[in-house]
Ligand binder design. Sequence first.
Ligand SMILES: [Fe+2]
Ligand SMILES: [Fe+2]
Length: 328
Amino acid sequence: MPKKDLEPNEDLHEEYYQVSPVILESFPKFRLPLDTFVFREQVAQLIPLTQAGQRISAEQRQIILDKCAQGLVFVARKDHPVYAEHISKQLDLVLVDSSLKSSEIALIFQQGLTDRLNAFFEQPVASVFLTLQTDLLVLTEYLWQDPYRIKNLRKNIWKEHSLANHGVNSLFMGLALYLRLNDGDLRRKHLDEVSMGLLVHDLGMSKIPPFIRAKTQPLSRDELEKIREHCWIGGKTLHSLEVRSDLILKQALEHHERLDGKGYPQKLPGKEISMVGQLCAVVDSYCAMITDRPYAEALSSGSALNALSQSPGYNDKMVRAMMGMMMG
Ligand SMILES: [Fe+2]
Ligand SMILES: [Fe+2]
């Protein structure tokens, strides 16, 4: 029989992932978290190999690794949640796993980065920031290889509001807009820094008492003042973590500034607001409007964009680009 007839066919890839050796080696050594299957060439079928949680010996492990190196080990796509959970803890695996579909990769980035951002908001220290940065670089590498991949990412938007969900939503929507506006003139360093700025623009909010953030009633003057400090707090915290990039810091500092000079914290006139500050403002407001918040219900994407286009506070070119993007 010619060799190609022995290879797993397309249908099989619909229901199973072929596991690469790098991924298999990243699983816990003697107890795999999901069922595995081996492709038996003689019968051209998948046969169960090990069960989830079953203890395997060193010899069995070696056999599995050998089979895997030959491209014969599979896991069921129905186990995607377990698989995704595993990969989301080690995001760089996404770049070596050619069997994942782009919609599956998008979910893994969404979950992985949200977990990492949550950890950073809870503990904004250098080591946690570094982990977040390392994982974000996996995403920017993924997009650098093919910017059109952002299309799938921006379909994965959290519907419920939380600080970390909002950061990741802003990252995906913001990158989609940024890539659209900078089509053909993309610089890797800028892409990395704009991404980080979008992701952590509300870092300062993690220092605002949760009871103020969760309030459903109108805020008192003092509470409003407190909330408005989050831009400074975010900028200062990032600075203390040795972040010196203007593209990152300005997003934290300027995302509530408005072109008509009516924003905060500095009431900057429009011409003094950086382009990334303006980009982050559009994206931040859009992402806030399309999720349920403690004080307001979610708007549809169209209504949110309409509201932005009618406000004198936002960059019109960016709002229109966002409209084109959502329609395209
Ligand atoms: Fe904010
Ligand atoms: Fe925000």
